[in-house]
Design a protein around this ligand. Structure first.
Ligand code: G
Ligand code: G
Ligand code: MN
Length: 395
């Protein structure tokens, strides 16, 4: 969910009540809603449910430490500005900052203790939400300075019970607005033509990541799915460029699935068919994303060279409580099977949904129940953990 739906909110964890009171007073004066706590459980809950825009975190507290809390923020894909507060020496602060950043958190410069009120005010003012629109010049600068990054959401093979793939999801680490989600800037990229550069960057990065996981001696090879914009298909050179990225990364295109949203994929179908067909010829897999929500005709689905149907999560998340959604999911799985395509369900949020999908014969599942999107370096451990749990159940 976009943080922009919420106001300026500061969440602070600190075991010094006096400092907490001062920060609360200053932050309220700056227009922030404020929660201050010294309880890690209350902190984690508020970080997850209250949508703070700024988090101030004491590195050293009795009973828990800031690094553990950073890990849990990262696991929840927290997008707030994170400010470490600590009297510890700068080495410790720096390594905690690096850890946070490596986990995809939006780490901001630390505030040393003792804390100066003026300094705190200046920092909070910088964090106030700006409601001016994002600019294409900002996005161009982000591309030039490597401010985009990818998170990966694991995909489960329902027949094997193993993690065999992951969907790459792009994010933008903005200098003042925190982490920006793709639904807030892909539209801008499409309007301004920057989408070609975004897609190039995403593919090159995801291809290199897939190659690196393979080199990492994972027992399983992880296929990577990337999202594509319909605009990308207007570019006749796309298949050659993507092939070149795979060559550069020394990865077989068969390990890459290109996900197209249905509405996009189906517009100007004749012209796009050329690009889609050549992508398939070069060995890429093609997936029709968010299936069931757009305006595609079944004829086009049958004629275009897709290899996979991705069932829209709006059906999957509601399927256990809504019989209509359940029927739709069942029929799409059946349709995929009869057309010789892979079926993928996204938005799998609990074990009952997963079990139902397996019973329906769905091929792949993706969703919060299996895992939230994560930083790439966490994937190997996740896959190995999943394998270990599976071996234990089998024994
Ligand atoms: O992960 P998140 O909820 O923020 O993703 C929102 C939407 O953004 C998804 O529907 C996804 O299709 C789209 N998206 C994510 N990454 C990319 C990308 O690299 N390129 C394009 N074109 N869309 C993306
Ligand atoms: O449209 P696309 O399929 O590319 O987008 C996938 C999006 O769905 C990602 O932004 C991801 O964060 C989100 N997502 C993934 N799994 C779940 C889930 O189990 N529940 C919900 N509500 N969203 C999910
Ligand atoms: Mn997708």
């Amino acid at each position: 969910m976009s943080n922009d739906l919420f106001g300026d909110r500061l969440l602070m964890i600190d075991d010094e009540p006096a400092l907490g009171q001062i920060v609360k007073r200053v932050a309220k004066a700056c227009g922030f809603e404020v929660i201050v706590t010294d309880d890690p459980a209350a902190f984690t809950r508020a970080a997850r449910e209250w949508h703070p825009s700024v988090i101030m975190l004491d590195l050293k507290m009795p009973g828990t430490d800031g690094v553990q809390l950073l890990r849990s923020l990262a696991a929840d894909n927290c997008t707030a500005h994170v400010v470490l507060t600590s009297g510890s020496d700068t080495k410790i602060v720096e390594s905690a900052m690096r850890l946070g950043r490596d986990r995809g958190l939006n780490m901001s410069e630390a505030l040393p203790k003792p804390m100066r009120v003026e300094r705190l005010k200046t920092r909070l003012a910088e964090f106030k939400r700006v409601s001016t629109p994002l600019l294409s010049t900002d996005l161009a600068a982000a591309l030039a300075t490597d401010r985009l990054f990818l998170e990966y959401q694991p995909k489960l093979d329902c027949h094997l019970g193993r993690i065999t793939g992951a969907e790459a999801l792009v994010r933008w680490r903005h200098p003042t607005r925190g982490v920006i989600r793709p639904d807030q800037f892909i539209g801008l990229a499409e309007e301004t033509g920057l989408i070609h550069e975004v897609t190039d960057w995403v593919i090159a990065t995801a291809a290199a990541q897939a190659a690196s996981w393979q080199a990492d001696h994972l027992d399983l090879e992880i296929a990577v799915a990337v999202n594509f914009s319909a605009r990308d298909l207007a570019n006749l050179e796309l298949p050659d460029r993507l092939q070149q990225h795979c060559l550069n990364a020394a990865i077989d295109p068969a390990f890459l699935t290109l996900e197209l949203t249905e509405t996009g994929a189906m517009r100007e179908a004749v012209q796009m068919m050329d690009v889609l067909t050549r992508l398939r010829l070069k060995g890429f897999k093609l997936s029709i994303d968010d299936f069931g929500t757009g305006y595609s005709s079944l004829v086009q689905l049958q004629q275009a060279p897709f290899s996979e149907i991705k069932i829209d999560l709006s059906f999957v998340t509601r399927m256990m409580s809504n019989p209509g959604c359940r029927v739709i999911v069942e029929i799409i799985i059946d349709l995929a099977r009869k057309l010789g395509l892979q079926s993928v369900a996204e938005g799998v949020e609990d074990s009952a949904a997963l079990k139902t999908l397996i019973d329906m014969g769905c091929d792949m599942a993706q969703g919060y129940y299996i895992s939230r999107p994560m930083a790439p370096d966490l994937m190997p451990r996740f896959v190995r953990g999943y394998e270990a749990a599976r071996a234990k159940t089998a024994a």
